[in-house]
Design a binder for this molecule. Structure first.
Ligand code: MN
Length: 152
């Protein structure tokens, strides 16, 4: 019997799961982000989806992006803010966030502590878009969004 028929248990220790590689957030460097890592917890063609764990150091952030695919997010650790289109919302441990298609989104950890979240996503998905200069300027016309984007 191999591991696929027996099932697996990946033990949790200090925000890592055994035998799950820790990767930089994005390998292509296409979008600006800071102090964030990725672990892919579940990915199997039979699922049709992937579950990833992202962790930002204090003050870190994910990229500001949008795409056709949706996200289901569960904040597992810490607190921070997320941008959902025109809205800036505080998020904390155990909150659930859904991100529908084509909504600009970004997560930012508070300055004091790391923030980690699970993100469920389609296994086959489109590549995220990052805002153009014009789109950034448009977003920044909303003072709450500008303050969020400038948050250190
Ligand atoms: Mn995204």
């Amino acid at each position: 019997m191999d591991s696929e028929t027996k099932g697996t248990i990946r033990a949790f220790l200090d925000w890592r799961w055994s035998e799950v590689p820790l990767h930089p957030y994005k390998e292509d460097g296409a979008a600006p982000f800071r102090a964030i890592t990725r672990q892919t917890l579940f990915s199997d063609p039979g699922f049709g989806c992937e579950l990833r764990y992202f962790e930002m150091n204090a003050g870190g952030h994910s990229s500001l992006e949008r795409h056709a695919h949706t996200h289901g997010v569960l904040i597992l650790r810490g607190e921070g803010h997320c941008l959902l289109g025109e809205e800036v919302r505080a998020v904390k441990q155990n909150d659930l966030v859904t991100i529908p298609p084509w909504l600009w989104h970004q997560f930012r950890a508070t300055a004091g502590a790391p923030m980690g979240f699970l993100c469920m996503v389609n296994q086959l998905r489109d590549k995220p878009q990052v805002p153009t200069g014009v789109e950034c300027a448009e977003m920044r016309r909303n003072p709450a969004v500008a303050a969020f984007l400038d948050r250190k």
